[in-house]
Design a protein around this ligand. Structure first.
Ligand code: SAM
Length: 275
């Protein structure tokens, strides 16, 4: 969405302070301009905190690089687009406790947003590759420099067979509207001895559509678990949606369609060769 020029003027004003997780405008705005600015910042995910010590829009993610990218393009992606809800730090800690990322371990984050999971996974010693569909968030990820590789792509279009190796860990908080599809696809990038940890909407534990039922059956076969997160875990990101953490371990010859499983499938060409 386009940043209205009045809002752009305010956000690029030299007096405006954009740093860490907040945007502070320390000068008076007339009411209509304030409302326009407030609308844009809220749609990006900020919340006005009027306490005297703060008096700023506070975001659930580091906003500086992100705002720079938005202001350069004069556009912003609303947080409602592409299901963008950054994972709050407490949930990331929980994911990492399950994942046990060790020094040098390969990690994939296939819908990386602005790196809420990528950064902490790299701090644990993980060598992180990530994918993100939104160009501005890709810019932020590249500026952060914590991932080995940042690919701007639709993850669902990537073919596991084009990936030369499986990943020891897949850590993800995919767009909730297509969570099952994203996790199922991500299994194709998981090493035969890897572990996938995903934050998902709680509805994956009870939805009765065919894809979700089959997904639960697959996870049950692999002895994966869905652990509920406390209510309001995503409140810092502006949603009260209930969520769960999925943890599932792969094993060679197991039921999951891992990277190794994909590699072992006979190619179409080979079938013709047999005839
Ligand atoms: C729920 S947010 C989570 C972001 C990040 N994983 C985190 O934990 O903060 C989902 C992210 O997936 C991205 N996304 C949506 N569809 C995608 C796709 N098909 N391929 C790659 N990324 C996608 C969105 O742009 C958004 O940044």
């Amino acid at each position: 969405m386009e940043i209205p020029s009045g809002v752009h003027d305010i956000l690029t004003d030299t007096r405006t302070v954009i740093t860490g997780d907040r945007v502070q405008i320390p000068f008076e705005l007339d009411r209509p301009t304030y409302e326009q600015v407030n609308k844009v910042l809220k749609e990006i995910g900020g919340r006005w905190d009027g306490r005297t010590a703060v008096r700023a829009h506070v975001f659930p993610f580091p906003v500086e690089e992100f705002m720079r990218a938005c202001l350069a393009t004069r556009e912003f992606p609303s947080r409602f687009e592409q299901g963008w809800y950054p994972t709050p730090p407490r949930v990331v800690d929980d994911m990492l406790a399950h994942a046990g990322v060790r020094e040098g371990m390969s990690v994939l984050e296939p819908s990386a947003g602005t790196g809420s999971i990528v950064g902490p996974a790299a701090e644990c010693g993980g060598v992180v590759d990530c994918v993100e569909i939104d160009a501005r968030r890709v810019h932020v990820l590249r500026e952060q420099g914590t991932a080995r590789r940042v690919l701007e792509a639709d993850f669902l279009d990537l073919d596991p067979l084009d990936c030369p190796h499986g990943y020891g860990r897949v850590l993800m908080n995919p767009p909730f509207s297509a969570a099952v599809q994203h996790v199922t696809h991500a299994l194709g990038f998981l090493d035969d001895n890897g572990t996938l940890v995903a934050v998902l909407p709680e509805s994956v534990t009870w939805h009765s559509d065919r894809a979700t039922v089959e997904f639960r059956e697959l996870i049950a076969l692999a002895e994966g678990t869905f652990a509920p997160l406390p209510d309001e875990s995503f409140a810092p990101s502006g949603t009260s949606m209930r969520t769960v953490i999925l943890v599932v371990d792969a094993e060679e010859g197991g039921p999951l369609p891992t990277h190794g499983w994909h590699q072992r499938q006979p190619r179409q060409l080979d079938l013709f060769t047999l005839a």
